[in-house]
Design a protein around this ligand. Structure first.
Ligand SMILES: NC(=O)CC[C@H](N)C(=O)O
Length: 318
């Protein structure tokens, strides 16, 4: 419980670094998995061999300090965390709001890669963080920028220059992307895709195959906690940052979004690589990573550690 009172007392102002550093070390001791639990996704060969004991956490403060613990410097596949950044790129453009005629902002209540809802709802995905919605965002970025995945990589790299596509992971996932191809073909058939499905899926899977450390993901996500301004300048307007946070809170953890909001109470986005990006508006962005997942595709140890961190610091949007 070290530093709890201090962190609560100084919530939103300059935090005492020693207290936060000690708290993150506590979380590593408490939540680094000691035995194999949960699962890894079957359709992404690269993740099959993930070390179940990996656990890292990083907190990037709006003041510029970054606190890390555990394996926070190890690169991992960001997977669906990339969807936050592709949405930011789309909303950062003048024609960004047009996107909302093609994708909704409602929790899906179904699995991230579900096909059923998309057909029933005539090709308009529930939100930009399920796969169908992210494919529409990618399609929008292809029209806007041409090389959509390179643009996402550029945004993620901007604070540090350190992100890279893991080519082996990309190629092996692309070869097993039948479900994403099915979603893209559905979207095309229902008139909600402008570019060829194969091209859209390729860029989508490439952005999911970006590898970064917790520390760098936290830095890259800082604009969401800081009114749209990141370490290398403005990414989106303050209003768009607020909106992205709202979609993260309601849709960022797939069909576990409600439960996660109850447990953690902070806008978050998970990826099946085991990472979770979390935003504490006005204070910091957090990235936690541990590869084994629950039944919804969210990091088991990562979600538990975030719940504990939120509890001990009092960080909450409520
Ligand atoms: N939830 C995720 O991280 C899913 C991303 C993964 N690339 C997929 O399309 O299935």
């Amino acid at each position: 419980m070290r530093g709890t009172a201090l962190l609560r007392a100084e919530r939103g102002v300059g935090l005492e670094g020693d207290a936060l550093g000690g708290l993150l070390d506590d979380l590593v001791r408490e939540f680094r998995p000691a035995r194999m639990a949960g699962s890894v996704p079957g359709h992404i060969p690269h993740l099959a061999s993930a070390d179940f004991t990996s656990f890292g956490i990083a907190v990037a403060m709006v003041s510029g300090e970054v606190f890390t613990a555990g394996d926070a410097g190890d690169p991992f596949l960001i997977q669906s965390i990339s969807k936050v950044f592709s949405l930011a790129l789309a909303l950062g453009r003048e024609d960004g709001p047009d996107l909302w005629s093609r994708v909704l902002r409602e929790p899906s209540g179904t699995a991230f890669n579900s096909l059923v809802q998309l057909e029933a709802e005539r090709g308009i995905p529930r939100n930009p963080f399920i796969n169908a919605g992210a494919l529409v965002v990618t399609d929008h970025l292809l029209d806007a920028f041409g090389n959509a995945s390179e643009e996402v990589l550029g945004l993620l790299s901007s604070p540090t220059g350190r992100s890279a596509v893991n080519v082996e992971a990309f190629e092996s996932e692309l070869a097993r992307s039948e479900r994403n191809f099915a979603l893209a073909h559905f979207l095309a058939d229902l008139g909600n895709l402008r570019n060829p499905p194969a091209e859209v899926v390729r860029h989508y899977v490439r952005q999911c195959s970006i590898e970064m450390s917790c520390a760098d993901v936290a830095r890259a996500g800082l604009f969401l906690a800081n009114n749209g301004v990141g370490p290398s300048g403005r990414v989106v307007s303050a209003s768009a940052a607020k909106r992205i946070g709202a979609v993260m809170l309601t849709c960022g953890m797939y069909d576990a979004a409600g439960e996660f909001a109850y447990r953690v109470g902070l806008p978050s986005k998970s990826g099946v690589g085991g990472g979770i990006l979390t935003v504490v508006p006005g204070i910091c962005s957090i990235c936690v990573w541990s590869p084994r997942l629950d039944a919804h595709g969210n990091s088991l140890a990562g979600a538990s550690a975030l719940a504990e961190l939120a509890e001990r610091t009092g960080w909450s949007i409520f």
